[in-house]
Structure formats: structure tokens, C-alpha cells
Design a protein around this ligand. Sequence first.
Ligand code: KE4
Length: 434
Amino acid sequence: MTLLTSTFKTTKSEEIFAAAQKLMPGGVSSPVRAFKSVGGQPIVFDRVKGAYVWDVDGNQYIDYVGTWGPAICGHAHPHVLNALKEALEKGTSFGAPSVLENLLAEMVIDAVPSVEMVRFVNSGTEACMSVLRLMRAFTGREKVIKFEGCYHGHADMFLVKAGSGVATLGLPDSPGVPKSTTSDTLTAPFNDLEAVKALFEQNPDQIAGVILEPVVGNAGFIPPDGGFLAGLREITQEHGALLVFDEVMTGFRIAYGGAQEKFGITPDLTTLGKVIGGGLPVGAYGGRRDIMSMVAPSGPVYQAGTLSGNPLAMTAGIKTLELLRQPGTYEQLERVTKKLISGLLDIAKETGHAAYGGSISGMFGLFFTEHPVHNYEDAKQSNLPKFSRFHRGMLERGVYLAPSQFEAGFTSLAHTDEDIQKTLNAARAVMSSL
Ligand code: KE4
């Protein structure tokens, strides 16, 4: 692969994106893709394979976004594509029970400690909004605690100090969200158990539960401080509230059983997405049987979806998890990603840039800052303009990083040591000129 630098041509991307902006708000189907927070022209993808992306001008990139998580086995893996080609012959959607749902459900239940029963939906947003309704129905309480900078999809009640695109675009609370909808959404700084205890004391017997990203990816990469997850488990149990891990990003990425397996803390409910769809639209929520049994039609809590449990999406998910449960998967992800992030931090130091970052398995993040980052406030203090210049410089050298400081980076089983070395070479060139 030739590094791009001066030959970096984006004519076709510019043409297509200019046309897109007349057709779709911001020219995109999801805000973060517009590169608003890093500036410059987003590139238009033509095709993806393994660890690589090619844009419509023929430029090749090493990809660390992986379509925001699903491409953990590498893009367009033959094991997944071949199964999809076969499944296609049987039709694209049933709207009726299929054994494929049983198979993926069994794999999820076997893998994720908290999940005894699961319901498939079509996105992480749908999973999170459904699990909130279930939390409230099961406890009979209406308030919920989320953490600043955490993102649980774009349902109204979560758009309070959210992360990801909301943080990227500086939307404190989106217009169009009625006060009545968010008045029951309480927030606390991530990693701050005292703030959570105070909220429970101020709202006795009113809080249905606590929902969080057990490893934050939507404020940049922020792992839990020691004792934080265990503390939340204790506080929620003490107050008869539910603990919900939003593992849409961390599920099957941090470990085969997600962050709850990695950290040994079992929530009451879990949301999933991304990886379990293998690149097709799938979300899921699951957990304790006594709670999940409340979901219609076995119980009164209504939730439905035309394309939920779609045979193509189930197939892609099954095949992806078959690849991930192979021995050595997470050791490989841990090794490659540790090599990347420690290389980036070393280069930052050598080239005089204060940086803070880390990784767990195939998820990583880097902030340009002198201080450690334990929560969203810390993340916001980092040098955002420098991140934008770094992002652009890496893009021009054939490395595709998430186009926002408030996102995490992702590696895959397809990323080789050579890809990591090329990435570090590009980083050295960029950081030397930042
Ligand atoms: P979706 O509705 O985008 O499938 O999932 C929402 C969601 C819920 N929970 C967590 C922890 C998530 O990370 C997400 C979605 N993540 C963003 C990226 N940080 C998706 C990318 C985008 O919004 O375009």
C-alpha cells in the first residue's frame, strides 16, 4: 500500500458528498460521519475488506473505525459473506419465527453472564429505549441515572449530556425533546460513586435503575476506575434498583462475554448491538428471566419490530460469533491493540505532545492532554484542535481514525503487525509536524 501524502486526491469524494448534502441533512445518514468536529471533507467509501477501506478516488486506508464496531473480524469476512449468499436464496425477511433466531439467542445467552433471555431488535437505540421501558415497568419507578458523556442511542430520554455525535456536535440537549421526557433522567459524572449515592438519597424509592457504558467509548475511551462497577452493583442492590450495562459497543469486543465477563460484575439487564449483527442491523436486550418475561407477548411491556430477528442479520451475527469464539481471539486483539496504543503514546512523548490513552482488547482511545481522563469533563479539557489536525494528517497518510475525539477506536482480527507499524510510521510523521 502506498502512503498517500501529497498524492492524496479526493475529487470524487467531494463531488459525491456535495450532491449528498442537497439530498440528506448534512449529506449523511448519521451525524458523526460528516467530519463536522474534525473538519475537512469526509471520504466516500467504495468498498471495504479485512482491515482496509478504499474510497471512491482509489485511496486505501487502514481502518480503525470498523463501521463503529461491527467489523471486529475484519470487513467482509468470507465466513460471513458465504453464509449470507446462501441465506439470500431463502429470502431476505420472514416476519415469522426462524431457527436462526434460536441459534443466535443461544450463543448470546451462553456468552453473556447476565443474559438468561434475549429479545432482538434492529439497533442499539431500539435496545436501549426498550430496556428503559422494561426497567420502569419491572420496578414501578420512573427515574433513571445515566452518566455524562455516555451515549445510549438517540431516544429522547437519553439525550441528556450524551456522548458520541451529541458531544461531537455540542448538542447539550437536542431541540424537540420535551422537558417532561428528560425530567426523569438524572446524570452523574462517570467514575463518581459519591454522586450516584447522592442521587439515590435525593430520590428515595424513585430510581428504576442505573444504565452505563461499562467501558465508555462515546466520550472517547474511558475505562471504569477500580471498584466503580462493583460499587454500582452494590448501590443498586441496596436501593432495589436495576443495574443495566449498555454493551452495544463493548459486547463481544472487550471479551466474548463483554465487559461484564472481563470485570466480573453481572448487571440485571444488558443491551447489545453492532458485533452481534456482523455488519447488518441488529440490536438486542436481555437479562434476568423474571424481568425479560415481562416483555410482550409473554408479559405486558410492549415492544415490536417488522425486521427484528431478520434471517440475514441473524446469519451475519451467528457467523461473526462463530469466528470470535475461536481460541486466541481476544489475546490477539489485546496484543495488536496494546502495540498500537503504546506506540502512539511513545511517539507523542518523543515528539513533545502530552497524551493520555489506553486500550482494552480491541478498543482503544487517545487524548491530547496532560491530565488523566476519568470522565467526560476531563475529556472535554483535551486539545480538540490538535486532535483534528492529527486526524486529518493520518487520513492523508492512509489511516482512517474515528472522526471525533469523543469516539473510541477499534481494531480487528484482520489488523496485522505490519498494519500497526505503518500506522505508527504515519503517526510519527504527523505528530512531528503537529
Ligand atoms: P445504534 O442505534 O447506533 O445502533 O446504537 C446506539 C448506541 C447505543 N449504545 C452505545 C454504547 C453506542 O455506542 C451506540 C452507538 N454508537 C455510535 C458510535 N459511538 C454509533 C455511530 C453513529 O452514531 O453513527
